[in-house]
Design a protein around this ligand. Structure first.
Ligand SMILES: C[S@@+](CC[C@H](N)C(=O)[O-])C[C@H]1O[C@@H](n2cnc3c(N)ncnc32)[C@H](O)[C@@H]1O
Length: 220
């Protein structure tokens, strides 16, 4: 559903972000996130890219993982920190105000899982390319990459439908935030392009929302 673009407006009022996303997607994103973290195990080291208010972070923390959440929006991070502290996970979760462009400061092959929800659609093409390169470097061999985001449907009919719904929302969002988002194009191909194996892929919301699990090959 192309209403994902309205998340940009919600981000400018982070205290309403979680409730807003739930309403916009009829709880669909919450369900998708519950499924997405399935590969996370107790003791895993996890990186959450564009963690926002910590929706995925919290789910991984409940499974006993140690998580680093990075984001450029301090107000979203403040909510995430409060949420994690209140739930008693402050010992296993750390948050950093950090853009994807700084991921090259993180240690090579140091994560069992890297995950990201609704952040890739906010990146520029250059940032997206750089981020995927870094995901490959930062994951341990056999590590999981978990992604949920808005994508451009492959089917032309769904693509036209997405454009028709999206267009007025782009204008409204731009008026409020002077920014927009970009549904991600060919993400499956891009992830295969860095040598990862796609383990599962689900499309919903008129084929415009992807839940994807990919794996970095084991070393031989
Ligand atoms: C729509 S929110 C999703 C937040 C969270 N992952 C979730 O699913 O609830 C997108 C997040 O990506 C962050 N973001 C956007 N561009 C970023 C960048 N270049 N580096 C790091 N975070 C970024 C935003 O600040 C925002 O918190």
């Amino acid at each position: 559903m192309s209403t994902f673009i309205l998340m940009k407006i919600l981000e400018s009022a982070p205290s309403r972000y979680d409730r807003g996303i739930k309403m916009l997607t009829f709880g669909g994103v919450e369900k998708a996130y519950d499924n997405l973290v399935a590969p996370v195990k107790k003791g895993d080291t996890v990186l959450d890219i564009g963690c926002g208010t910590g929706a995925l972070t919290m789910r991984a923390a409940r499974k006993g993982a140690r998580i680093k959440g990075i984001d450029i929006n301090v107000d979203m991070l403040d909510i995430a920190k409060r949420r994690i502290n209140d739930a008693g996970f402050s010992g296993t979760v750390e948050f950093y105000e950090m853009g994807v462009g700084e991921m090259d400061t993180l240690k090579t092959a140091s994560y069992d899982v890297i995950m990201s929800g609704l952040c890739f659609s906010e990146l520029t093409n250059d940032e997206l390319r750089f981020t995927l390169k870094e995901v490959k470097r930062l994951l341990k061999p056999g590590g999981y990459f978990l992604l949920a985001d808005e994508v451009i449907p492959e089917n032309i009919l769904f693509r036209v439908l997405q454009w028709l719904i999206r267009f007025p929302l782009v204008i409204i969002t731009y008026i409020f935030t002077q920014t927009t988002t970009h549904a991600v194009r060919n993400i499956t191909l891009k992830i295969r392009g860095i040598g990862f194996q796609i383990q599962s892929k689900k499309l919903s919301f008129l084929k415009s929302f992807i839940e994807l699990t990919a794996r970095k090959p084991e070393e031989r």
